[in-house]
Design a protein around this ligand. Structure first.
Ligand SMILES: [Zn+2]
Length: 262
């Protein structure tokens, strides 16, 4: 099917976008200053009045990590917002006796709901229930769901097609094809890119990047919302696996602005 065929691209190979080790320290991003000087954009420019916003989260936490500030601003301007949860995040603790896949299937959507409530939101949520880690194999299912959901003029926010995590990339690709078919606007969000990329990295589409500034209060609420993702914030004593979202990862995602590729 067409949905499985990746369009021609000069993008780097997945091996170059590895999410391993500690990644690029936040201090390097901060010292660079390039992010803070990207062109500013307002929420009304991203999602004009009377358009719907559709947020696609590969895992329950990406909606807050990538765009917890944007969600608050959308709510404040009265934008109808729909969250598409691609997976329930059941593969975050392989082999764990502490958090089994069925625990995670129950807990992670609850964490997402609590986080959204902390942001003052209760958006409509569509759960695609794709297998965590294998979104690429179910891209047709996600594509079909999006084709049924999207209307012309909708603004779709999704993890960047080159973000590094295979599920993030598969969601980005499925959403880009569905948005094009439905004449919706596509906006991509880097999440794991801050880990493998470096300041000024030529693999990042800086020419498409813009900066949405957050107020101190919005940033604080985003930080509080992230505290709801307890399964991701703690080490797993049963396997010795470290937290998925340790402080050095969160630091890269808690700037007083969010970056969007338009
Ligand atoms: Zn994710």
């Amino acid at each position: 099917m067409g949905v499985m065929t990746e369009p021609h691209t000069r993008a780097p190979q997945p091996a170059e976008r590895l999410i391993a080790g500690r990644g690029t320290p936040d201090a390097e991003w901060q010292a660079w200053g390039g992010l803070a000087s990207l062109p500013p954009v307002t929420v009304a420019e991203l999602v004009p009045a009377y358009r719907r916003a559709v947020i696609i989260a590969p895992h329950p936490d990406d909606e807050v990590l990538a765009c917890g500030g944007l969600l608050q601003q959308l709510h404040a301007q009265g934008t109808q917002t729909i969250l598409v949860a691609a997976t329930n995040g059941t593969s975050s603790h392989p082999g764990s006796a502490h958090l089994t896949p069925s625990d995670l299937a129950r807990l992670r959507p609850q964490e997402s709901a609590a986080a959204l409530q902390t942001l003052g939101l209760a958006p409509q949520v569509l759960r695609a229930r794709l297998i965590d880690g294998q979104v690429r194999a179910s891209m047709e299912h996600l594509h079909t769901l999006l084709i049924q959901l999207l209307r012309p003029g909708d603004v779709v926010f999704v993890t960047w097609r080159q973000d590094g995590h295979p599920d993030h990339e598969a969601c980005g690709l499925a959403a880009s094809l569905a948005a094009r078919a439905c004449r919706a606007t596509l906006i991509e969000m880097p999440v794991w890119s801050w880990h493998w990329a470096a300041p000024g990295d030529r693999r990042v589409p800086w020419h498409r990047a813009c900066r949405l500034d957050l107020s101190a209060e919005e940033l604080q609420r985003k930080q509080q919302a992230i505290q709801c993702f307890q399964t991701q914030l703690n080490d797993d004593p049963s396997t010795g696996q470290q937290a998925i979202l340790p402080p050095h990862v969160l630091a890269r995602l808690l700037h007083p602005y969010e970056i969007y590729f338009t």
